[in-house]
Design a protein around this ligand. Structure first.
Ligand SMILES: [Zn+2]
Length: 454
């Protein structure tokens, strides 16, 4: 899905990301000043999903949390801190905590121990000052079965630096040669060569992932082509063709987006087929349409299609701008037609006719490697120019192009390794260890890492 800067969704998402990042935007280490940080008050609050313990602090602290058995207890170690507040007045009824005590360790560190009635899953994090609140250390105690939803939230955060996915569709293939030019020039071969070169260019560019709809000489059904792109949540679908015409005169490249009529009839058909709804991603917030009533489903689908069409027209325009520098244009504007592969309601899709194999001049150029590479590069330039301006929120590109804050937080989920996280965020594992004061590569599920993004 492409959210356009200036749109309501974009502004909302931008606001949400600022609110998420705000507390983590700077990581000043008060502990380094050598002064003990005071813990001014301690609060405990029970909600249906967790017990939250909040330490109100005089500054930033380093901490660690671990569980001990026999008897069951949670240990919170806070480095270089002293307790000013009293723990005796906390209301512990209805919480899994039966008692709470503290002790000084290593003369300057503080240890707080919670006696527990049940095996909980702890999660802890620090918050920077905001509004009336100062620095805080938050310890959440989850009943084990409640943790699943939290991990899902963490997973959403972990996808904040996702790559933009470009689906590349080389037309025809296998028994379908596409247009055939003089001297047995097959459209299917030319477009696969261009597609492969485009794939190579995009894969080299940080922030992009490609999805080849067909990677060799075989046929893929038209409906299946769009289905592959949609299932993989592609941000853009590019179908590459080389036309033929009855007369040899027709020549030059053209770019197509779906026609309004094609989009409208497609919409009607989608709504008619109930089974399509379950896997149809609506225009906003990945809304599934299967549980919506017909009117709402129609509105969401319409919005999604309009967004996709607008995005397709814009990216098509950018591709035309670049492609005209390497070949003649058949039409100077993005044309609109009801091609089947352009009918994904939620993936902006364009179809590029790179030239006419029925025209001797076009055909002579199209069969050369040099011209195929030039065309691929022109498509690449158009696509990347569009994506620079319309980076999906939360993508690596959005961060790169719109200057997101210089630190993000990442919550460890099952299966994570420090080296994989380092690779994903394009920082060295060494830098990650240093910033997060890790002595080794051991990380825990639920642990929050500070990730430098510049
Ligand atoms: Zn074709």
């Amino acid at each position: 899905m492409i959210y356009r800067p200036g749109s309501k969704q974009f502004r909302l998402l931008a606001l949400i990301s600022v609110l998420i990042y705000l507390p983590f935007a700077t990581a000043v280490d008060a502990a380094e000043t050598g002064q003990q940080v005071s813990i001014n008050s301690v609060r405990i609050r029970q909600s249906p999903e967790r017990t939250r313990l909040v330490f109100d602090l005089g500054g930033f602290v380093e901490h660690s949390v671990f569980l001990l058995d026999n008897p069951l207890r949670l240990v919170i170690d806070i480095r270089n801190a002293r307790l000013v507040a009293s723990l005796g007045e906390l209301k512990l009824s209805d919480t899994p905590v039966t008692d709470l005590r503290s002790a000084v360790r290593n003369r300057q560190d503080l240890r707080v121990v919670l006696d527990l009635t049940a095996r909980i899953k702890p999660r802890s994090f620090v918050l920077k000052p905001i509004l009336q609140y100062g620095d805080r250390l938050v310890i959440d105690l989850y009943a084990p079965d409640r943790l699943v939803t939290t991990v899902r939230q963490a997973d959403r955060i972990s996808r904040q630096m996702k790559d933009v996915i470009i689906a590349i569709d080389a037309g025809h293939g296998g028994d379908d040669p596409g247009a055939v030019g003089k001297g047995r020039i097959f459209e299917k071969d030319i477009v696969l060569a261009i597609a492969r070169h485009l794939e190579m260019l995009l894969e080299k560019e940080p922030g992009y992932k490609t999805l080849m709809i067909r990677s060799n000489d075989y046929y893929v059904g038209l409906r299946k082509r769009t289905r592959i792109a949609r299932r993989s949540k592609a941000d853009l679908f590019i179908s590459i063709h080389a036309d033929a015409f009855m007369t040899a005169e027709a020549r030059g490249a053209s770019v197509y987006a779906i026609s309004q009529k094609g989009a409208t009839s497609e919409q009607a058909q989608y709504l008619a087929e109930r089974e399509n709804r379950a896997d149809l991603i609506g225009g906003v917030d990945s809304v599934s349409l299967d549980d919506k009533d017909d009117l709402l489903a129609g509105v969401l689908l319409d919005m999604s299609m309009t967004n996709s069409l607008n995005a397709a027209l814009e990216v098509g325009g950018e591709v035309l701008k670049s492609i005209r520098t390497v070949t003649k244009l058949h039409k100077k504007e993005v044309e609109q037609a009801a091609f089947a592969v352009l009918k994904s309601p939620d993936v902006p899709s364009i179809l590029i006719e790179t030239g006419y194999v029925s025209n001797p001049k076009d055909a002579a150029a199209l069969k050369t490697k040099a011209h195929q590479k030039k065309l691929a590069r022109a498509i690449y330039q158009g696509v990347t120019r569009y994506m620079e301006k319309n980076s999906p929120p939360g993508s690596f590109l959005a961060w790169k192009n719109h200057g997101q804050p210089n630190v993000v937080k990442y919550t460890i989920v099952r299966g994570d390794t420090l080296s994989a996280i380092a690779q994903k965020y394009r920082v060295s594992a060494d830098r990650l260890r240093k910033i997060n004061q890790l002595r080794n590569d051991v990380i825990r599920i639920g642990q929050v890492l500070q990730i430098p993004t510049s």
